[in-house]
Design a protein around this ligand. Structure first.
Ligand code: HEC
Length: 90
C-alpha cells in the first residue's frame, strides 16, 4: 500500500493536534513512548503502513490502544502514519 492521502489544510492541523495531544497522552508528546510504544521513524521501519493504519482505525483488542474509526477516516489514519514516518511530531 502506498500512501497518497492528502487531507485538506484545516484537517491536517486538526490531525497534528490530535497526534500530539490525544495519541501523545499514551505514546508521548514526541512519540517517544509511554503507556503505548514509541512511534518514531526508527521504531516503525519494520512495520507496514497497512498494519499501522489498521491498528489506528481498529485499535488492538486486549490492550489500551483504542479504535479511532469513529473519529478518523482511512485517509486521516494514512496521513497520521505519514507524519509518524517522517517524525514530524514536535
Ligand atoms: C489509551 C492509550 C492510547 C492512546 C490514546 C493511543 N494509543 Fe496507540 N497504542 C497504545 C498501546 C498500549 C499500544 C500497544 C498495543 C500492543 O500491546 O500491541 C498502541 C499501539 C499503537 C500502534 C501500533 C504500534 C506497533 O508497534 O505495532 C500504533 C500505530 C498506534 N498505537 C497509534 C496511535 C495513534 C495514531 C493514536 C492517536 C490517534 C493512538 N495510538 C492513541 C495506547 C494508546
Amino acid at each position: 500500500m502506498s500512501i497518497q492521502a492528502a487531507p485538506d489544510g484545516a484537517r491536517q492541523n486538526q490531525l497534528r493536534h490530535l497526534l500530539k495531544h490525544d495519541c501523545g497522552s499514551c505514546h508521548g508528546m514526541t512519540m517517544k513512548g509511554g503507556l503505548g510504544p514509541a512511534l518514531r521513524p526508527n521504531d516503525l521501519t519494520s512495520k507496514s503502513d497497512e498494519l499501522l493504519v489498521t491498528v489506528i482505525l481498529h485499535g488492538r483488542q486486549g490492550t489500551p490502544m483504542p479504535p479511532w474509526k469513529h473519529l478518523l477516516s482511512k485517509e486521516d489514519a494514512e496521513w497520521l502514519v505519514k507524519l509518524m514516518r517522517i517524525g514530524e511530531v514536535h
